[in-house]
Design a protein around this ligand. Structure first.
Ligand code: UDP
Ligand code: MN
Length: 767
């Protein structure tokens, strides 16, 4: 009766829910058990396969387009279930708010003349400062507005949580390559704060024009400013330059020049994602391979579209020295898509202070497309600052950049990829760093222009470029304790162990003092490692400058052909870098899947004498110094394992005395019992390595030779039952077995249960 009472009314419902939950739980547990047993059966098999693929994958990663696979924002766009790319401006309420903000300011820019410096129709300066796109001469003189944005008034944040894509991870790289929350910020301003110096510059450049500046107070205030910059770690004087100049400062200029008011409805305007109608999909597909991104869509987007100002808010108030060096911007390209090449050039023309932009050099690396010939010449002829250099044969990006550098007239070289969009205020913060110290090599934050919808996406703060073995470039967050310890602000320069490669500024003289790039590097790949090691080890510094931001289209593949085999080209480049710069650590490079490169018959890496001489001449630091000082969080053990070599069956340790092997009671204090298991997979005692003697089923002691395959033994390379064995690499299935009598070792068919085939080193440092 009592029970029935409880089961009346709402009690009955509760009881039902309770019983249902129990049943559900039971089902769940059963399902879990099934999947667990399934997993454990599968696990070993999968692991084995995974392990086998491990090194293969790692070396493939190194061959992948260097700035694509690891970028925190880039992959976020591709995640299943994450249709919305982080920071994309057309997404949701936040995106709408940002969009409205942009529209508002755009409208303001058009209507409120007192807040802008206007170049009146027909002004000669439009030619002088080169900063207006002028495809059509009747358009070009109609309305040329020099919009000057400085200081931030509106900032919006959009935080998106994004998970990583597990199946694309590679062991060793995975911890570092994180896809975390992405902070989107838009700072759009309508304030007009021109320091005196800038007005002068503008006046000189745009002589004869009406220049309206209304905010006198601001000018007055700026006059008081001392020549200090907002990087507390730096002094005011230029380091490493002969003359310490006294200079005034001004607030960073956030120029954005357009030839006519921007159409808010234009495709991709404000960096928004552009949508293609379903019936156009075939067109998209057809043109995709021209650039390995959405070429069809790109052609519809204005070549001088607006993009959101994504700088951290404080950047707009940065103080910049008035007498910065000028720069030559060098774009090298091969078969670049027309619209992206133009957008790259316009973004530089429109968003760089004219007095700092000496020239733009376009180096055509023997492109095959017709539109890159006369059509490009004609188009660029409207801009006196743009020069085109054409290479007579395909040189690859390294030598193409060198060709550009050789003719550059600016004091600083700024290298950019040919599918970028420089954001407002991008240039001065870079040049400021070079001004402060000519050995600083600043890189902008590389943001992401989606390859699919061409939207401008944002990346996490505090990201730096790093490498993993075997010289695989990646992004990794600055360690949190480092940020805390150094009280880092989001505007502070970030020490960067390796640059991504595509975008950076460098003092021209310093670039040549460093020996520029190794000209022996072919086509593409590895040059970012080379220049990074060279800069750091020979007295310079690489920094990421959060106040300078440039969008880049990350492609899944290189859209151009490699004259020789792509993989071999990149491998060869990397081997050159390893041989010149890595010292004893080059073993780690080869040991991560590149041992085949040690065989000179397989690959000819060319002559390195000059590069090695250069390193000596520059008195560069060792690679060890680089690891200790620049990239201390890098794990780089010189051997995979070392110490005693214990045989589990014999319960004794291997010893090498006077060229012969024996077993002894284990004793760590005895040098004769110390062996290394090297990255070449050698079992090594001083200069001697163990090699199998296949015919006699025994072994031989040979002088170690890293190129010799027969000296390689697999050990702990997988989590299989054979992990503790030493199996020979030249003859799979044969293992080293310990025995007490006669010769200490013999070669036998591998047997997972045989304890005499199981070995253990005292220390393991890597798998
Ligand atoms: N490039 C070149 N010659 C080459 C290969 C590349 O001029 O043989 C140019 C290319 O057009 C681009 C830059 O070098 O402007 C960097 O190449 P890419 O964008 O393919 O490198 P990623 O960004 O994928 O690392
Ligand atoms: Mn690129």
């Amino acid at each position: 009766m009592k029970v029935r009472k409880y089961l009346r009314g709402s009690g009955r419902v509760l009881a039902f829910v309770f019983v249902a939950s129990i049943i559900w739980l039971l089902f769940d547990m059963a399902a879990l058990r099934i999947s667990l047993s399934d997993v454990s059966g599968q696990q070993l098999k999968e692991r084995l396969i995974r392990e086998r693929e491990f090194y293969k994958k790692q070396s493939m990663q190194a061959l992948h387009p260097r700035r694509s696979f690891t970028h925190p924002a880039r992959r976020a766009a591709d995640l299943p279930g994450h249709q919305k790319a982080p920071g994309r401006l057309n997404d949701g309420d936040e995106g709408q708010r940002v969009k409205d903000e942009l529209r508002k300011s755009l409208h303001l820019a058009k209507s409120n003349h007192s807040k802008f410096v206007d170049l009146k129709p027909g002004d000669a300066a439009a030619h002088e400062n080169d900063n207006a796109p002028k495809q059509n001469s009747s358009v070009k003189k109609e309305a040329v507005n020099l919009y000057i944005y400085t200081g931030g008034t509106t900032a919006q944040k959009a935080v998106h949580k994004v998970d990583s894509k597990p199946n694309e991870k590679v062991k060793g790289v995975e911890d570092e390559i994180l896809l975390k929350s992405t902070e989107s910020r838009l700072t759009q301003t309508t304030t007009h704060r021109l320091p005196n110096q800038d007005v002068k510059v503008v006046n000189e450049k745009v002589a004869g024009m009406q220049v309206k500046v209304t905010d006198k107070n601001v000018l007055g205030a700026n006059k008081q400013l001392k020549p200090a910059v907002n990087h507390p770690a730096e002094g005011n004087a230029r380091v490493g330059t002969l003359a310490v100049k006294k200079s005034g400062v001004h607030t960073v200029l956030s120029l954005d020049v357009t030839n006519s008011p921007r159409d808010p409805k234009a495709v991709g305007q404000f960096g928004q994602a552009a949508v293609v109608a379903v019936h156009e999909n075939s067109e998209v597909e057809k043109r995709w391979n021209e650039g390995h991104f959405n070429v069809y869509l790109s052609e519809k987007i204005p070549v001088d579209r607006a993009i959101p100002d994504t700088r951290p808010r404080k950047c707009a108030q940065s103080l910049i020295h008035d007498d910065l060096p000028s720069t030559s911007v060098i774009f090298c390209f091969v078969d670049e898509v027309w619209s992206t090449l133009l957008r790259s050039v316009h973004s530089v023309l429109n968003r760089s202070p004219p007095n700092l932009l000496k020239e733009i050099i376009l180096v055509d690396d023997f492109s095959t497309k017709d539109y890159l010939k006369k059509q490009l010449d004609d188009y660029m002829s409207q801009f006196p600052k743009v020069r085109i250099i054409r290479l007579k044969e395909r040189q690859g990006l390294i030598r193409a950049r060198l060709a550009g550098a050789a003719v550059a007239k600016g004091e600083v070289l700024t290298f950019l990829d040919s599918h970028v969009e420089c954001n407002v205020g991008w240039l001065e913060p870079l040049l400021e760093r070079v001004y402060l110290d000519r050995k600083k090599v600043p890189c902008p934050v590389i943001e992401v222009i989606s390859d699919k919808d061409l939207s401008y996406m944002l990346v996490d703060n505090f990201q730096r470029g790093i490498f993993k073995w075997p010289l695989v470039f990646g992004w990794s967050p600055v360690p949190a304790d480092y940020i805390k310890k150094n009280n880092m602000k989001d505007t502070d320069p970030i020490k960067c162990p390796v640059m991504a490669g595509g975008l950076f500024s460098i003092d021209k003289k310093y670039f040549f003092e460093l020996g520029s790039y190794d000209p022996g590097l072919d086509v593409w790949g590895g040059e970012n490692m080379e220049i990074s090691f060279k800069i750091w080890m020979c007295g310079g510094e690489i920094e990421i400058i959060p106040c300078s931001r440039v969008g880049h289209i990350f492609r899944g593949q290189n859209p151009y052909k490699f004259p020789k085999n792509r993989q071999k080209t990149v491998e060869r480049n990397l081997a050159r870098v390893a041989e010149v710069w890595l010292d004893e650590y080059k073993d780690l490079f080869y040991g991560h899947g590149y041992t085949h490169l040690l065989n000179k018959k397989v690959i000819d890496i060319g002559n390195l004498t000059e590069q090695i001489e250069l390193r000596k001449h520059l008195k560069c630091q060792s690679f060890r110094w680089y690891l200790d000082n620049v990239y201390p969080d890098m794990n780089a053990p010189l051997v995979k394992a070392d110490g005693l070599v214990y045989n589990r069956g014999l319960r004794k340790c291997l010893a090498l005395q006077r060229d012969s092997l024996s077993f002894e009671t284990c004793d760590l204090s005895k040098q004769s019992q110390h062996f290394n298991y090297t990255w070449m997979r050698n079992i090594r005692h001083r200069e001697l390595c163990i090699a199998p003697q296949v015919q006699s089923n025994s072994f031989a002691l040979q002088l170690c030779d890293s190129a010799k395959n027969e000296q390689r033994w697999l050990h702990k390379s997988s989590i299989s039952p054979m992990a503790e064995h030493f199996s020979t690499e030249i003859l799979r299935g044969m293992c080293l077995e310990g025995k007490l009598e006669g010769q200490a070792l013999q070669l036998r068919a591998c047997d997972s249960n045989n304890l005499f085939q199981k070995w253990q080193f005292t220390h393991y440092y890597a798998q």
